[in-house]
Ligand binder design. Sequence first.
Ligand SMILES: Cc1cc2nc3c(=O)[nH]c(=O)nc-3n(C[C@H](O)[C@H](O)[C@H](O)COP(=O)(O)OP(=O)(O)OC[C@H]3O[C@@H](n4cnc5c(N)ncnc54)[C@H](O)[C@@H]3O)c2cc1C
Length: 432
Amino acid sequence: MADDQFDAIVVGAGPAGVTAARELANAGLSVVALERGPFPGSKNVWGGILYRAPTEAMLPGFEAAAPLERPIIEQRYVMLADDDMLALTYRSRHFSEQPYNAYSVLRSPFDRWHATTAEAAGAEVYPEVTVTDLLWDDGAVVGVTTGEPDGELYARCVVLADGANSLLAQRADLHGEWLPMDQALVAKELIALPAATIEDRFALPAGLGTALEIFGESTMGLLGYGFIYTNKESLSLGTGALLGDLIETGINVNDMLDRFKRHPAIAPLIAGGETIEYSAHLIPEGGYNRMPKLYGDGVVVVGDAAGFVNPLNREGVNLAMLSGKLAAHAIAEAIGRDNLSAASLSRYRELLEQSVVLKDLYKIRNITEFAHARPHVLGEYLRLAATIARDYLTVDGSGKGEKQKKILKRLAGLPKKRLLSDLTGALKAFGG
Ligand SMILES: Cc1cc2nc3c(=O)[nH]c(=O)nc-3n(C[C@H](O)[C@H](O)[C@H](O)COP(=O)(O)OP(=O)(O)OC[C@H]3O[C@@H](n4cnc5c(N)ncnc54)[C@H](O)[C@@H]3O)c2cc1C
């Protein structure tokens, strides 16, 4: 085996990889992070909402240093039917004052800044280097190959932080083939609008922001959701669904996005805006039940590459960062023991199990399956709720008793057995 050039090589400079690199460097280890994009963040498209408390725990004082867009003061859940919209909004004074709950963030500037925190700690971050394969010795991962001349790099441990659909996790024999039902495909646009227009349209105080999660017609009835997040002078708008469902139905995610933008409840929010960026990206949604093995001899897998996304609560970045930190701690301990075997690195899984990463993913492990088996929940039920709202709110001369009867008749039309099974299924899935 060649002499180790580094204590650790991190593949990918997204939130997980940069955190792992920084924490490894903070532990006094030599670490290099390799990123295929021209700069960290250049290949990435998250919405995105960044939660303050977990980020502060990772990067004390980040609010003063990081490029952030707007503090998010409210959350809107919106249900779209063909011509109707029903919405539930939570706006709070507690979210409108410091310490804020969350910020909107643009990925490219944020990731670029984030990478400097790893460099400041002593990690080397190299953009425009693609890892093409892993190097092995006696069944253990001992390094990586890159597309560069003399592109073999050796380390005592390799951290796979290469994001959704990780080919390297497959190469490391930590995961079989990723299935289309394990990933959502999301198309996203960045739409430029003046700050004052955004504040008028979303009823926001100057400089503050909102997050909308939008169900139903936004995904043409498929399991998934659309979103709009307000940035300083742009909107992040996107929609997507499970890749398996897109393939099965033949629905193209770009058509889904166009249709979403044309919906009568959405079009006025973006009118006059100029699309300045378009991207499509996968989000791992297989969750706890479809995670790869998280470590092997000389290798660990973190962030999206490990499937650490909680789609229900729109949490990916915080789980990616935390998993990067826990992986770094486990590796530092293993190096301290001079033992980088799978058994020694199994400490990483122990740390994850004690953290919100695996606690939360375990808790919600059956939710995608529950929702996927019941397309009528986001389809038929949602349309019914919109129709009932329309019935109730339309003043057309008919008496209130008559209206009540009409609404009860609509509700009575629901198959009782199925409703009961939906309720018990929901209790089971959400109860963990
Ligand atoms: C449209 C969209 C909206 C989202 N919104 C939110 C949100 O609002 N809030 C939230 O918390 N999460 C959100 N997420 C999820 C979030 O983006 C991810 O969970 C998070 O980015 C995972 O971080 P990561 O470092 O594991 O992977 P990534 O961010 O995907 O980073 C992986 C990095 O590895 C690099 N790479 C890949 N292969 C190689 C290779 N072979 N060699 C070298 N480099 C390589 C890539 O270029 C990339 O920079 C969203 C995701 C999408 C797609």
